[in-house]
Design a protein around this ligand. Structure first.
Ligand code: 13P
Length: 248
């Protein structure tokens, strides 16, 4: 069975609530494509207005983060039940910015993956190598370590519904995209790893996105690759250009 493409915007720390609603309105006619899953992963404060603004459209809303406990004394954090109650379907886990700036390690990310799944959120699990690692030739070793640790004790049926995003750190926000061959090579490697960890059916079902300076100019070529099932888009998700990526 062909995997359905999934194009997700990662707004990062951009868009005030009123700007967010304006952007959703602007994008509405541009992202209306029934053949693609379209997701906006938005800052926590934008979730409620964006869920309201996308009602009746093909767009689903994702969170950029959450904490692994359901409730309690965790000042400043947001829980999975809160996201679910607000209408959130997806959550980004393991983005390189959170691994780097907020020191989230694989053991913690594994807890987040399990908590998200148990709560009914679909994880968009990010992985990717630094430029130094690519130049050392350890890209796939690094990604195998990330995926194996982040998915420890996660069942095959849950992995089938998962989204994995391959985001080479050197391509994020730099304007330097991986070539479609480079991206395909790693995405195929991730699928082979899932087959090795689970089975062929799970590997065939899991959706793998590419992320890193994806835009209207390069989306078509990247999305034509057999193992690239979508994109996780930063900068280009904040403007009308996102519609062109969805329709690529
Ligand atoms: P850019 O598209 O801005 O490079 O960001 C990619 C990204 O980090 C998406 O999660």
């Amino acid at each position: 069975m062909a995997r359905r493409k999934i194009i997700a915007g990662n707004w990062k720390m951009n868009m005030t609530p009123s700007e967010a609603v304006k952007l959703v309105e602007e994008l509405k006619p541009l992202v209306n494509n029934p053949d693609v899953d379209v997701v906006y992963c938005v800052p926590a404060i934008d979730i409620v207005p964006v869920v309201e603004a996308v009602k009746g459209t093909n767009v689903q809303v994702g969170a950029e983060n959450f904490y692994i406990e359901d409730k309690g004394a965790y000042t400043g954090e947001i829980s999975a039940p809160m996201l679910i109650d607000a209408g959130v379907k997806y959550v980004i886990i393991g983005h390189s910015e959170r691994r780097d700036y907020f020191k989230e390690d694989d053991a913690f990310l594994n807890k987040k993956v399990k908590k998200a799944i148990a709560s009914g959120l679909t994880p968009i699990l990010c992985c990717g190598e630094s430029l130094e690692q690519r130049e050392l030739g350890v890209t796939m070793d690094w990604i195998r370590l990330q995926i194996k640790s982040d998915l420890a004790d996660v069942a095959a049926d849950d992995v089938k519904n998962l989204v994995i995003a391959y985001e080479p750190i050197w391509a994020i926000g730099t304007g330097k995209t991986a070539t479609s061959d480079q991206a395909e090579e790693v995405c195929a490697g991730i699928r082979a790893l899932i087959a090795e960890m689970y089975d062929e059916a799970t590997a065939e079902a899991v959706r793998i996105q590419y992320g890193g300076s994806m835009n209207a100019g390069n989306a078509k070529e990247l999305l034509a690759k057999p193992n690239i099932d979508g994109g996780l888009i930063g900068g280009a998700s904040l403007k009308a250009e996102f519609g062109q990526v969805v329709n690529a």
